[in-house]
Design a protein around this ligand. Structure first.
Ligand code: GFB
Length: 323
């Protein structure tokens, strides 16, 4: 039985681990309508890689439900150049949060994975059953291995201890609160920065990494948060659930869309010395749909909201720092 409609977040103490990140901040926004008490672990005193610090905080905070949205994340360059951080930090965060949640008697926990857990050449769209059926994409294998271990942790704790721990796998995420640092970011925030800077400096062209031919599927982060809350309340099984909008685009078309949203009319230079990463990773969302959830936000709308957030929160900060 996959559906367990009985879990309610109302009046519960709900810990959003990673509350200030892209997904965590969207979850905090989304949970405002659920009548729960959202709690956060202070970053200064609780390093989730440290079991002792986490245990101390858990004993006082006593969360009843946990969204594990804390992770070491980044785009293709960060993943490829900082493999140790991506595997170590994520393994530690997941192991500590899962074990501390078991010890604290947490009623329900949701782990957040990623579409990069699937084999590089998985069938498209990728069904949940493709997990562990082939070699991973080399640029993010470290992160992927840690995320697969997270899924397996949740499944093992469910089997051995009867913990109600579930996992969802969103495809590439973007939205307000994203990381706009070009050396760490994913493609959407990177191209927003590049198109914006090219526009304000009247540059004849902007640089795009790779060939532009690979395809990606982008899920607006508020849709992802909505899906996470939905499955927290309505799903209780060891099988993973893909979250995505159900359509993907070549990077070349994403560039065109972002230039339109930003209002940049110059040219594009593809730097093919940069890696492309996986040729395609569009997830099969039919399982999520059969359980009653779909994403709503069209890509252009999500990009417009994200660009507005960038102008109000990142570009304006930079202008103030220069003034
Ligand atoms: O979003 P992204 O960094 O990560 O890159 P992945 C997606 C595609 O966009 C790649 C191209 O083909 C990049 O080469 N791209 C073009 C750019 N211009 C840029 C740019 O300026 N910056 C960036 N970052 N990319 C990530 C994984 O893979 O997917 C993570 O590394 C995570 O671990 C995430 O799993 C979902 O989609 O290739």
């Amino acid at each position: 039985m996959s559906i367990n409609p009985s879990y309610t977040l109302r009046n519960k103490r709900v810990w959003v681990a990673g509350h200030s990140g892209l997904v965590g901040s969207a979850l905090v926004r989304r949970l405002q309508g659920e009548g729960c008490d959202v709690i956060a672990a202070p970053r200064e005193s609780v390093d989730l890689r440290r079991a002792d610090q986490l245990d101390r905080w858990m004993r006082e905070a006593k969360p009843q439900a946990v969204f594990l949205a804390a992770a070491r994340v980044g785009g293709i360059y960060a993943n490829d150049t900082r493999p140790a951080e991506f595997i170590y930090d994520n393994l530690m965060i997941q192991s500590n949060v899962v074990e501390a949640s078991r010890r604290a008697g947490v009623e329900k926990l949701m782990l957040l994975g990623s579409s990069c857990i699937y084999p590089r050449l998985a069938p498209q769209p990728i069904p949940e059953s493709a997990l562990l059926t082939g070699p991973l994409e080399p640029t993010n294998q470290w992160y992927a291995v840690a995320k697969i271990a997270g899924i397996k942790l949740g499944q093992a704790y469910r089997r051995q201890y009867g913990c109600d721990f579930v996992s969802v796998m969103p495809t590439n995420l973007y939205g307000p609160g994203d990381n706009f640092d070009l050396m760490q970011s994913h493609v959407v925030p990177a191209l927003i920065v590049k198109a914006h800077q090219a526009k304000i400096s009247n540059a004849p062209s902007m640089e795009v990494w790779g060939t532009g031919a690979v395809r990606r599927e982008f899920l607006f982060v508020d849709d992802a948060a909505d899906g996470m809350v939905f499955f927290m309340q309505n799903y209780s099984d060891e099988g993973i659930v893909n979250l995505g909008p159900g359509s993907d685009v070549p990077i070349r078309d994403l560039v065109g869309l972002i230039c339109k949203v930003v209002g940049y009319k110059g040219g594009v230079r593809f730097d093919t010395s940069r890696p492309d990463g996986a040729p395609r990773k569009m997830v099969d969302t039919s399982y999520a749909a059969s359980l009653g959830w779909r994403a709503h936000t069209p890509l252009q709308t999500g990009l417009e909201v994200t660009y507005r957030w960038y102008l109000d929160n990142v570009a304006s900060e930079k202008r103030r720092a220069v003034a």
